[in-house]
Write a protein of this length. Sequence first.
Length: 167
Amino acid sequence: MQPQYHLLCRSTEWDLVKVCTEGGLGIIPWSPLAGGWLSGKYKKEDAQPIEGSRVAWAESKGWKPTGWNSNKSKDVTWKVLDTIESISKETGKSFSQISLRWLLQKPGVTAPIIGAKNMTQMQDNMGAVGWSLTEEQMKKLDEASFVEPPYPFNSMWLNSRKPAPKK
């Protein structure tokens, strides 16, 4: 399956991950760096997308990829980016490497579709392999990127992750 899946778009986990893992399907996420948001190139003070970026191109076509900086979701976006920055300082890894590594450690993910625009980006992205985030780092990223699922997932999804009551 080829869904959008990254630290700013985790709705794939609400049903598709389980369908894929139980059905023997691999998950090949597109836009694993959210159009560059998870690469660390955007800053809180940036009012407009960076000229020449995928986000700027998409907005010129009428799409709204800057939704991750909208009033509704910007708190989560900056919390995620702050968490990535903290882990980057701990590990010496880039924002892109941490974001891709998080995705590679998620169940069912076989290979994210990276969209490097040049060799420097490609080499940086390839640095996401050969190491692992710790359980604590994964937990920090999961907590920072968590968004309450909407109905009907809010009760079904959250309850499916709770241990069954003991008899």
